[in-house]
Write a protein that binds this ligand. Structure first.
Ligand SMILES: Cc1ncc(C[n+]2csc(CCOP(=O)(O)OP(=O)(O)O)c2C)c(N)n1
Length: 380
């Protein structure tokens, strides 16, 4: 028997069309195709449109600042605005968000200041925002770990009988991690009030989804865990908002977890240190450029007479103002104390760490003394 492990790529399996409420051309789909989800009111969609436009401007600005060397790294979410903004918009103030490194625009939309979002990407500090204040966990870099934390917080909320829901964002690649399996499984076993929003942007750095799984969709996996799963057009903010909101409501009313896969595309490189032309075709990127989530909603809003020129100008002005603030705060040099590296590691510092701290403190004193004598020299 010839057992060729490469012989059944996922692309050969029939992948169904994702659920959508507004199609690529900006038209509402027929009622028979909406999967029982109503199109959100036009004023809600207008609000989501504003948030997406502002978020994209921020993303483009931060990518530019990274290229100028102002930040160490920045994982862009350009093209993924519908997933990011819908997920945040579906939450109530008491809910918790568990994001990844990719999800800075979700933080922005939930009210975190640009300077606080970017502190860790600039390398100034472990994280720049107050988790409790915003009810946003740290942006997780170890893949899928945040999904476990979300299940833990949701389970605690259930035990305490409070009505908090946890929503976690994760990538398609993250679903290949054991942590994702454990999170999905125990969320379902414990009927935790948690919503998993998987942004299937089709790549884990250079690895396409076909090389990670053989089943039709990530959403299909939900059935194996014993929870509902939805395969949604992740570039249709109307559909993402409707499905995520329903899942949040279900979780809050004791209905347990939901797994939602938003089919989208990462338009930029994985991060500024990645060259995507090495592993994907420009023609494929162009196809997805034609499925832009903002342009799609814009067409719909215009067709409904809901986007006036004045509204458009107001949104553009808000986006530019945010970009200017972002530039200003990243131009200011952060004042950092290298010794803070050692804080918040152990309640009682270990001997080795205490020694390293003392060593660094001596070096820093030496540097300060040296730069003091240098400046005296150069003043002569
Ligand atoms: C546990 C773990 N293994 C490996 C990595 C290295 N890594 C960083 S990003 C990434 C790809 C993740 O892809 P995906 O989950 O699809 O998210 P995306 O970056 O596309 O948003 C990998 C493998 C990591 N951060 N954590």
């Amino acid at each position: 028997m010839n057992l060729n492990v490469e012989s059944t790529p996922r692309s050969a399996v029939l992948v169904p069309p994702p659920l959508r409420l507004i199609d690529d051309t900006g038209h509402a789909v027929a009622d028979s195709e909406n999967g029982g989800f109503a199109l959100p009111p036009v004023q809600t969609l207008l609000g989501l449109y504003r948030q997406m436009v502002v978020a994209r401007r921020f993303d483009v600005q931060v990518t530019a600042l990274t290229r100028q060397g102002r930040l160490a790294t920045y994982p862009s979410a350009l093209g993924q605005e519908a997933c990011e903004i819908a997920a945040v918009a579906a939450l109530s103030p008491q809910d918790w968000l568990f994001p990844t490194y990719r999800d800075s625009i979700a933080l922005l939309t939930r009210g975190v200041e640009p300077t606080d979002i970017l502190a860790s990407f600039r390398g100034d500090w472990h994280s720049g925002y107050d988790y409790q204040q915003h009810r946003i966990a740290p942006q997780a870099t170890p893949l899928a770990t945040q999904a476990l934390h979300a299940v833990g917080l949701a389970t605690a909320a259930k035990l305490k009988r409070d009505d908090t829901v946890a929503l976690t964002l994760l990538g398609d690649g993250a679903t290949s991690e054991g942590d994702a399996h454990e999170a999905f499984n125990f969320a379902a076993v414990w009927q935790a009030p948690v919503v998993f929003v998987v942004q299937n942007n089709q790549f884990a750095i250079s690895v396409p989804l076909d090389k990670q799984m053989a089943c039709r969709t990530i959403a299909d996996k939900a059935i194996g865990y014993g929870m509902p799963g939805y395969y949604v057009d992740g570039n249709d903010v109307a559909a993402m908002y409707a499905v995520v909101s329903a899942a949040v409501d279900r979780a809050r009313s004791g209905g347990g977890p939901t797994l939602i896969e938003g089919l989208t595309y990462r338009m930029e490189a994985h991060t500024n240190s990645d060259d995507p032309t090495r592993y994907r075709k420009t023609a494929d990127v162009d196809v997805w450029r034609g499925r832009d989530p903002i342009e799609r909603l814009e067409k719909y809003l215009v067709s409904q007479g809901a986007l006036s020129d004045a509204e458009r100008a107001d949104i553009a002005a808000a986006a530019e103002a945010l970009a200017a603030t972002t530039r200003e705060c990243m131009t200011e040099q952060a004042v950092v104390d290298p010794l803070e590296l050692f804080e918040h590691v152990y309640a009682t510092p270990r001997t080795a760490l205490a020694e390293q701290r003392a060593f660094l403190a001596t070096e820093l004193e030496g540097d300060a003394a040296a730069s003091g004598s240098m400046s005296k020299e150069s003043n002569r």
